[in-house]
Design a protein around this ligand. Structure first.
Ligand code: UDB
Ligand code: ZN
Length: 191
């Protein structure tokens, strides 16, 4: 049994912060079909996101309202993440995905104003983070089935942020060093 079984309650003390090498290196692929341990960890991660978006629970346990969480953010070197969010069209997205890969993307880019943040970053960082406007992502779900997600807008931003984590990339690595508000061509604000 691992620490993060499905009854474990993840709090901010479990979240690894920037500077820890595990956040700055690519994670290892997860064996498929998933072990019950990996499945339980993913459910635990999803539960954290859900709890953190419940104002009463979040206040009691001092949780930041999270929309996505990657395994390396809880100290596990595994290529998997959970996401739990409502998009700009009020659609709900809930994913627990293993070995995700962006297989295609739009040329057009978007960014989330005023900037992104991160559960693993405890400081304000200014600047635009350019993301693909639309992505197709392949991955394996909890049942070991290969699935394909076609995402655009906010959900696309969140999933790119999480896949970046799994590749050892932080959101601020994508901010232009000379001019944090400089953007590539073909990019627009999400809002
Ligand atoms: C977040 N949360 O979870 F519009 F209910 C951010 C933090 C860093 C501010 C906690 C967030 O955007 N919450 C949110 C937004 C809403 C409505 C709502 C909650 N992440 C996830 C993260 O760090 N994953 O590794 C940062 C996001 C910035 C852009 C995409 C992910
Ligand atoms: Zn993050």
């Amino acid at each position: 049994m691992s620490k993060f079984d499905s009854n474990y309650f993840i709090t901010m003390k479990d979240i690894v912060r920037e500077g820890n090498p595990i956040l700055h290196q690519a994670t290892h692929k997860v064996a498929v079909p998933l072990s019950s341990e990996d499945k339980e960890t993913l459910i635990c991660m999803r539960n954290f996101l859900k709890n953190s978006q419940d104002p009463t629970i979040a206040k009691k346990h001092k949780l930041r309202a999270g929309v996505g969480l990657s395994a390396n953010q809880i100290g596990l070197n595994k290529r998997m993440f959970a996401a739990y969010l409502t998009d700009e069209n009020d659609r709900k997205h809930e994913y627990m995905l293993v070995n995700p890969k962006i297989i295609s993307h739009s040329v057009s880019m978007i960014y989330l104003p005023p900037s992104e943040g991160c559960l693993s970053v405890d400081r304000e960082i200014q600047g635009f983070v350019p993301r693909y406007e639309r992505i197709k992502v392949k991955g394996i779900n909890l049942d070991g089935e290969e699935i394909m997600l076609k995402l655009s807008g906010y959900s696309s931003i969140v999933i790119q942020h999480e896949i970046d984590h799994l590749n050892g990339i932080m959101f601020y690595d994508r901010i232009n060093k000379e001019n944090p508000f400089k953007l590539p061509e073909n990019s627009r604000s999400l809002y």
